[in-house]
Design a protein around this ligand. Structure first.
Ligand SMILES: C[S@@+](CC[C@H](N)C(=O)[O-])C[C@H]1O[C@@H](n2cnc3c(N)ncnc32)[C@H](O)[C@@H]1O
Length: 430
């Protein structure tokens, strides 16, 4: 009965995106007051695309996240008969919408932002792209509605998207399910969270509210933030009978911002869910992943198999791979062809970032990373250089690479005790 009346309510809303509601009153808890991180009416340029930011929320440092979104959209579009249909659900000044149109060859972009004061700005930014295709079809529309309303209406109208981009403030958890409902089979969801509170582990009630997981402080909390987001998406997907796979997961300390590009497929996975718990032992510095069935048997080797008070557990969250190496390789090739690969933006080299993400996808590498400061403090020595430590670990047969999340950390399958030993030997070798 309740769902019937919800259906009626939504059905009575204006369904045509070409007729935007001029005076919406979005009541979302994620709606924040205006905040601009650039000078008012600043003129900006990204990868040759010019636009203005007015009094919209705009973060220049998110350009890398936008680059990644465009590259992924192009790769996805290769399997489509026409340019991807994109929903930019929280478009700010419209920069993503503009870039999806002009760089990703989107066939149609719906640019939405609850803040109707940005209407003139978005319209003038998108006016750089023709509003109609040569066959007279609309290429873009602008609305000012609550994102969930747009997403549910698209679902009810069966007007599904190839890519839904949700760039929200704080946690994105209240938009994950509706975003998946608005996607075509096998479509992409680009989800963003700026919810650093949840990953830090100091507010477990907060992470429970946002992602249904308790989180404790762990040295690799920023990776935990990505895993929380993916775990939350997996749960929402399962409730719909779908499953997700992360194509890439990107953490940026500007914010901080957690972004994950998901492929959302129909059908539920019953095996290899990669959804479980992770533990970290403050005594020995080792981490483990385990499924819910093993929850009652958490112990740490450093305590001779006994339960240690030093072990903290977080979850449930995603314990599987953060990226799809093949997809990232395609993105890297495209970035090279377009000349985007070697240019630094806000201190970030896109080619280096993509290569690091590809390296992180090595299936031998476990979740998390080890900060070399932690190794140094346990070994009571100065921190060894990252590249020296990686070479030494690889020489000893371990998988080891940098982490794009933490510059002074390594991802490795080497236990903490052996890392300490190797770091000490390095000191003597120098
Ligand atoms: C992080 S900003 C988006 C920035 C933009 N995507 C970019 O790349 O520059 C978040 C935007 O979401 C809008 N917003 C917040 N809550 C919303 C909601 N429930 N529905 C639609 N828009 C919302 C805000 O007005 C704000 O412009």
């Amino acid at each position: 009965m309740a769902s019937l009346s919800l259906h009626r309510t939504l059905s009575s809303l204006p369904l045509n995106p070409q007729l935007p509601n001029p005076n919406p009153n979005p009541r979302s808890r994620s709606l924040s007051p205006r905040k601009t991180l650039t000078l008012s009416n600043a003129k900006e340029s990204e990868r040759g695309i010019e636009f203005e930011t007015g009094d919209s929320f705009f973060r220049r440092e998110s350009a890398v996240g936008r680059d990644l979104g465009v590259l992924a959209a192009v790769i996805h579009g290769r399997n489509l008969s026409r340019g991807p249909r994109v929903l930019d659900a929280m478009c700010g000044c419209g920069v993503r919408a503009l870039r999806y149109l002009s760089q990703a060859g989107a066939g149609f972009v719906w640019a939405n932002d609850a803040y109707d004061g940005s209407r003139g700005l978005i319209l003038s930014n998108l006016a750089r792209e023709p509003r109609f295709s040569p066959d007279g079809e609309r290429r873009w529309v602008v609305t000012h509605l609550d994102a969930n309303r747009v997403l549910f209406e698209s679902y009810l109208q069966r007007k599904f998207f190839d890519l839904v981009d949700v760039d929200s403030f704080g946690s994105d958890s209240s938009f994950l399910r509706s975003s998946m409902m608005a996607l075509k089979k096998g479509g992409l969801l680009y989800a963003t969270s700026t919810d650093g509170y949840s990953s830090g582990g100091h507010r477990p009630q907060h992470s429970l509210a946002s992602y249904g997981a308790y989180v404790r402080p762990m040295p690799y909390s920023n990776e935990v933030g990505l895993r929380l987001l993916i775990g939350g998406a997996l749960r929402e997907a399962s409730a719909l009978g779908f499953h997700i796979s992360p194509l890439f997961s990107y953490y940026s300390y500007h914010g901080p911002v957690f972004r994950v590009m998901f492929k959302v497929d129909h059908g539920m996975l019953h095996e290899n869910l990669h959804y479980g718990f992770i533990s970290y032992c403050h005594q020995c510095g080792n981490s483990q992943a385990f499924p819910w069935e093993k929850l009652g048997q958490i112990c740490c080797p450093c305590n001779n198999g006994g339960v240690s008070r030093s072990v903290v557990v977080s979850g449930p969250l995603w314990t599987g791979p953060l990226h799809n190496a093949d997809y990232l390789t395609e993105m890297l090739k495209l970035a090279e062809v377009w000349g985007w690969a070697y240019t630094k933006r806000n201190g970030i080299d896109l080619q280096k970032l993509l290569n690091q993400m590809i390296d992180e996808s090595n299936p031998l590498l476990p979740f998390g990373y080890i900060k070399l400061d932690e190794v140094a403090s346990r070994a009571k020595i100065n921190s060894p250089p990252v590249s020296t430590m990686i070479n030494a670990l690889q020489k000893q047969g371990y998988a080891a690479t940098r982490s794009h999340i933490a510059p002074n950390a390594i991802k490795t399958n080497c236990p903490m005790g052996s890392c300490i030993q190797i770091a000490k030997e390095l000191r003597h070798a120098n």
